[in-house]
Design a protein around this ligand. Structure first.
Ligand code: FES
Length: 167
């Protein structure tokens, strides 16, 4: 019987993405952030092997690139869930009970801040002030702000997302 051999195209896709990226941008240090933005958007995070290729292409040490990736919250080192839920634990939100919202979220999704559910749907993050203190407590889903939030509101939003994904 003939054995079926399946091959993953991941490497090819990765290579063609980077090839295009390197064609689009000159190897100049000033292009780092913009290239990282594109990498984050394409992969959903900034993989280490891509940081290495970027380091070689731009002539910037890996440590420096890693420093930039970990400094800006819009970049991540791990694959992110389809829905990124961030609970603000800044002072204004905290005094209005945002910790309870965070506790409910980690309890329901069974993961901690910084982690992603196994099905790849949800990532939990904690933030420090998203500039909407007047609406405290606040949580966001993929950047959309839910103000004057409560555990009930979180449950409602979470249920809607879970049901949407079941359809
Ligand atoms: S402290 Fe939460 S929005 Fe400012």
């Amino acid at each position: 019987m003939e054995k079926e051999i399946k091959q993953c195209n991941c490497k090819k896709e990765k290579d063609s993405f980077l090839k295009n990226l390197f064609q689009e941008y000159l190897p100049e240090k000033d292009n780092l952030i913009q290239m990282l933005n594109e990498i984050q958007e394409h992969f959903g995070y900034v993989p280490m092997h891509v940081q290495k290729e970027l380091s070689e292409y731009l002539g910037i040490p890996m440590a420096e690139i890693y420093g930039v990736v970990t400094f800006y919250s819009r970049f991540s080192l791990e694959p992110q869930g389809k829905y990124k839920i961030s609970v603000c634990l800044g002072t204004a939100c905290f005094v209005k009970g945002s910790q309870k919202i965070m506790d409910r979220l980690t309890d329901r999704l069974k993961i901690e801040p910084g982690q992603t559910t196994e099905d790849g749907l949800f990532t939990i993050e904690q933030t420090r002030c998203v500039g909407a203190c007047g609406l405290a407590p606040v949580f966001t889903v993929n950047g959309e702000v839910y103000g004057k939030a409560s555990v009930q509101k979180l449950d409602q939003v979470l249920d809607e997302l879970i049901n949407k994904e079941k359809q």
